[in-house]
Design a protein around this ligand. Structure first.
Ligand SMILES: N[C@@H](CCC(=O)N[C@@H](CS)C(=O)NCC(=O)O)C(=O)O
Length: 237
């Protein structure tokens, strides 16, 4: 592991054909990309960006040159930098077509994107660290109030996902093919549980998630086993 220091130099970019992922162990958007990389069997260098240490390493001058939005993940492939997990996943899928993450059929592909966007544009943003910080600093929200906020918005979002998945799922979100929808679902459920969102009533989503979590790529990408996972968040032996 190379842990990112606020003074990270851009001169440390990797040689051609290497993949470098700037990410954080429990970031759900990072987790999505890690699953894609493992499903496609692509080795990558793990660069940890600690979202809390030193005021948040995502705000360091050197990281902002990589990702001006001050967010993880960022993928670097052949010195090309890509932010936004959806853009990264689509890029990986085009450049490394093994284990495709989107159906060929245009309508089915749109349905998978629709599912992903329900997470990417609706559930995830309201749970994001910077939104929670703002609620705390400007509105005096306590941890309990922040969780109530997340539970409210996530509840609406997961209801939509459950309704869709009831119609489209087989073993996974869309029939029996692992798609980007599955890569977005499992990390979002992981994050929701961190904030004590009760997901019990989403029976279809839970069944899909438990099938996915038994797969090696999902296990390797899990936040509990990353190089920067703190000891207290690792599995107890
Ligand atoms: N839509 C973006 C969201 C990225 C994002 O919000 N990442 C979070 C971690 S999950 C982050 O870096 N937050 C930093 C902050 O809020 O300061 C993506 O899919 O990549």
């Amino acid at each position: 592991m190379s842990c990112l220091h606020p003074d990270l130099s851009l001169n440390t970019l990797e040689p051609m054909d290497s993949l470098v992922l700037y990410n954080y162990y429990r970031s759900s958007t990072s987790y999505r990309v890690r699953i894609a990389l493992h499903l496609k069997n692509l080795p990558f260098e793990y660069k940890a960006v600690h979202l809390l240490n030193n005021g948040g390493e995502q705000f360091s001058e050197s990281y902002l040159k990589i990702n001006p939005q001050a967010e993880v993940p960022t993928l670097i492939h052949n010195q090309k930098m890509i932010g936004q997990s959806m853009a990264i996943i689509e890029y990986l899928d085009e450049v490394f077509p093994q284990s495709p993450l989107f159906p060929n059929d245009s309508y089915k592909k749109a349905q998978v994107r629709q599912f992903c966007e329900n997470i990417n544009s609706f559930i995830h943003p309201v749970c994001n660290l910077k939104v929670l910080k703002k609620l705390e600093l400007d509105c005096g929200y306590t941890q309990v109030q922040k969780e109530a906020w997340i539970q409210h918005w996530s509840g609406i979002g997961f209801n939509t996902l459950e309704t869709i998945a009831k119609q489209t799922s087989g073993k996974y979100c869309f029939a029996d093919q692992i798609t980007a929808a599955d890569l977005f679902l499992v990390p979002m459920m992981f994050s929701a549980k961190r904030f004590h969102v009760n997901l019990d009533k989403f029976v279809t989503l839970n069944e899909i998630a438990s099938r996915l979590q038994s797969l090696e790529a999902f296990q390797k990408a899990h936040p509990s086993v990353q190089p920067d996972t703190p000891i207290e968040s690792r599995p107890q032996s």
